[in-house]
Every structure is written in C-alpha cells, then in structure tokens.
Design a protein around this ligand. Structure first.
Ligand code: DAT
Ligand code: MG
Length: 139
C-alpha cells in the first residue's frame, strides 16, 4: 500500500551536515520526497510530537535536544515507506544499530541524557498521519 511517513533529521544530523546524506538514502531506496523544509521546532509542537514519551526520564532532555538547532522535516511517499524508513534508520540505540543503517553508520553513543540518533521516522500509519498533520498541516 502506498503510504506517507514523517522524517526528521534531528539537530545532531543537521549540525553535522548529514541532511543531504539522509535524503540521499531515502531517494536511493526509491521513495519520493513530497515535502522538505528546514524548521526550528517549538515546545508546543514537540509536546504533541513526543506525547507518547511524556513522563519518561529522557523526556525533558529529548525536548531540549530537539530545540537545540534546526531540524530538517520531510515527508516521503512509497510502498510500505513507514516500515521501510524505520528499516533504513536502524535501531534506536546507535551503538548497536546495524551497520548499513543511518544510525548504525553515522551515529554513536554520546555522553548525554538523551540518545542522539540523527533521524526520526513515524512508526505506524496512525503515527504518520498524526505527525504529518503536526509538521505539515497544509499537506
Ligand atoms: P525511535 O526514535 O527509534 O522511534 P522512541 O520513539 O522510543 O525511539 O524514542 C524517541 C527518541 O527518544 C529516540 O529516538 C531517542 C530517545 N530515547 C529513546 N529511548 C531512550 C532512552 N532509554 N534513553 C535516552 N534517550 C532515549
Ligand atoms: Mg518513536
């Protein structure tokens, strides 16, 4: 089924100049970019985006990290792209994310209270619809 997913290159990825590398991998895999925009998040947007993590020990550091610089927000489209981009991203913990994945190739553990892992990708059809609506209300 053709789907859309929300992709964020997080502030660590933008700072390190990896936005193009992430988009390159998405396009090389065969997904189409529907929207791409460099944005600065707001506390209100992140409170909605990360609502599922409210109350967890890493929640405040996560929001602070996501506000630490611009993010590249993108929407990609394709057959099973939600699952496909999660597969391209690799596991949440970049130390053990498989080589060949974005996180496995490009990130490692940092001495920080929150994991820095370069990208966000929606994890289900419901999350993708919700997150695209938050970041790109015009789509
Ligand atoms: P993912 O981004 O792989 O979907 P998630 O939704 O569980 O992972 O968590 C959102 C982000 O929060 C994740 O990309 C990095 C950070 N994070 C998750 N679990 C963490 C933990 N145990 N300690 C520190 N940061 C964490
Ligand atoms: Mg998640």
């Amino acid at each position: 089924m053709t789907e859309r997913t929300l992709i964020l290159v997080k502030p660590d990825g933008v700072r390190r100049g990896l936005s193009g590398e992430v988009l390159r991998r998405v396009e090389a895999k065969g997904y189409a970019l529907v929207a791409v925009e460099l944005r600065t998040a707001t506390p209100e947007l992140l409170a909605e985006h990360y609502a599922e993590h409210l109350g967890k020990p890493f929640y405040d550091p996560l929001v602070e990290f996501m506000l630490s610089g611009p993010v590249l927000a993108a929407v990609a489209e394709g057959e099973r792209v939600i699952e496909g981009f999660r597969s391209l991203s690799g596991a949440t913990d970049p130390t053990t994310a498989a080589p060949g994945t974005i996180r496995g190739d490009l990130a490692r553990a940092w001495d920080a209270p929150v994991i820095h892992n370069i990208v966000h990708g929606s994890d289900s059809v419901a999350s993708a619809e919700r997150e695209i609506g938050l970041w790109f209300p015009g789509l």
